[in-house]
Design a protein around this ligand. Structure first.
Ligand SMILES: [Zn+2]
Length: 72
């Protein structure tokens, strides 16, 4: 997970804000689970500040559930 340079747009469908963060699709899947549509680029997902925060928030609340909901 890291900051990215200019030029990319947020991968969330309908969000045209410039992306500031890039995460792996694996990490961003939490967003999909809660109803966001993601445009995945080579296994990466770009996020604007707002959606990155959203992801953080979702991850926090979902990490508890993850243990029993997704068995890998
Ligand atoms: Zn966004």
């Amino acid at each position: 997970m890291g900051r990215i340079s200019r030029g990319e747009q947020c991968s969330v469908n309908g969000c045209n804000v410039r992306a500031e963060y890039s995460v792996s699709y694996d990490e961003a899947r939490v967003l999909e689970n809660s109803g966001y549509k993601l445009r995945v680029v080579h296994g990466r997902v770009y996020l604007c500040r707002k959606h990155y925060k959203e992801l953080k928030k979702l991850k926090k609340s979902e990490s508890k559930i993850l243990k029993w909901r997704f068995k890998t």
